[in-house]
Design a protein around this ligand. Structure first.
Ligand SMILES: [Zn+2]
Length: 323
């Protein structure tokens, strides 16, 4: 009988005491929980993943995801950038790898060409580039990767196409305007960088003869019989000033196609005829879709953290551990 009373007492105690303990936050935490001891190492984190990187000679190199990401961040973003911008870059690069894996370079996952996948440089190449800052920058980038260990950007639970570029002309560009298909999280948003970006505004001069040659090599039907100042006509612009469509010698092209054809720094351009030359003025650098790297740095300077930066540029995404 005594035992029954004791048990009842214990039950009452648990019933009343447990909520009190929970509310006061004093429930003792077991010290041996691995996530308490090593907060940055999660199962399935960067160290547990292997990247198969395509080499320039066609061979492959295997490296841990952590090492690969350090090399991508070093190659893709100035190491002097704010830590939160570097962390946003690390998450974008990790997400890009997750989504691209095994797609076009099988049996390799990805290549190190920035025009195709994303740039990569070895720790040795990075150190050479940084010179006396090598130690500081190496640590900084390692921190950006470690502090975002295993995190990727998801839209409706799927890894996104985490595309990024150098600098915007005031706003980013809708994916549909550049690549022809709409992506719900790759839509135009304001981007705060400006004149502080090196060569944010730039000029490129091409002779009329060379221009004609470049265009007709790809579009033989282009007609340049009219006056030079009508060679490019019927411009359509995005709100950012990026050219969405333009007729070149009567052939309708996207701004991105003109950019590629002439090697312009961006598709945010205007053009004028000066004597035998065409002079293109551009603003920003890159395709303009997704995260602007200089914009990420500007947002970090305003006090935004990497999660805020990522959801600024990739509309409606969540940042979560990869599975
Ligand atoms: Zn590639």
């Amino acid at each position: 009988m005594k035992r029954v009373v004791l048990a009842a007492l214990m039950l009452v105690l648990i019933q009343f005491l447990l909520p009190v303990l929970l509310l006061s936050g004093r429930v003792p935490v077991r010290e041996d929980r691995p996530d308490r001891l090593q907060p940055t190492v999660r199962p399935g984190g960067d160290q547990a993943q292997t990247v198969v990187l395509l080499q320039e000679d066609g061979g492959v190199e295997r490296l841990s995801l952590a090492e690969y990401l350090r090399g991508v961040v070093a190659a893709e973003m100035p190491a002097s950038f704010e830590l939160e911008a570097l962390k946003a870059q690390a998450v974008a690069a990790r997400t890009y790898w997750v989504a691209a894996r095994g797609d076009k370079h099988a049996p390799a996952d990805i290549c190190g060409d920035s025009g195709c996948c994303q740039a990569y440089c070895s720790s040795k190449e990075a150190a050479e580039k940084w010179g006396e800052k090598a130690r500081e920058y190496t640590e900084r980038i390692a921190r950006a990767v470690t502090e975002t260990n295993g995190l990727i950007a998801l839209y409706e639970d799927r890894p996104i196409q985490a595309v990024y570029f150098s600098s915007a002309s005031g706003s980013t560009v809708d994916a549909v305007a550049v690549w022809g298909s709409a992506v719900p999280y790759l839509v135009s948003v304001a981007s705060p960088e400006g004149e502080e970006v090196p060569n944010w505004r730039s000029e490129m001069t091409v002779t009329t003869a060379r221009f004609k040659e470049l265009v007709t090599a790809q579009y033989p039907e282009a007609d340049f019989s009219g006056p030079v100042n009508r060679w490019l006509s019927d411009f359509e612009w995005q709100p950012s000033g990026t050219v969405s469509r333009v007729k070149v010698g009567g052939v309708e092209l996207t701004g991105g196609q003109v950019r590629k054809l002439l090697g312009l720094r961006s598709a945010c351009f205007s053009v004028g005829a000066e004597g035998d030359d065409l002079v293109f003025q551009t603003t920003g650098y890159g395709h303009g879709v997704g995260m602007s790297q200089y914009g990420a740095n500007a947002l970090a300077k305003q006090g935004k953290d990497f999660r805020e930066i990522l959801s600024w540029y990739y509309t409606g995404v969540q940042v979560a551990p990869m599975k």
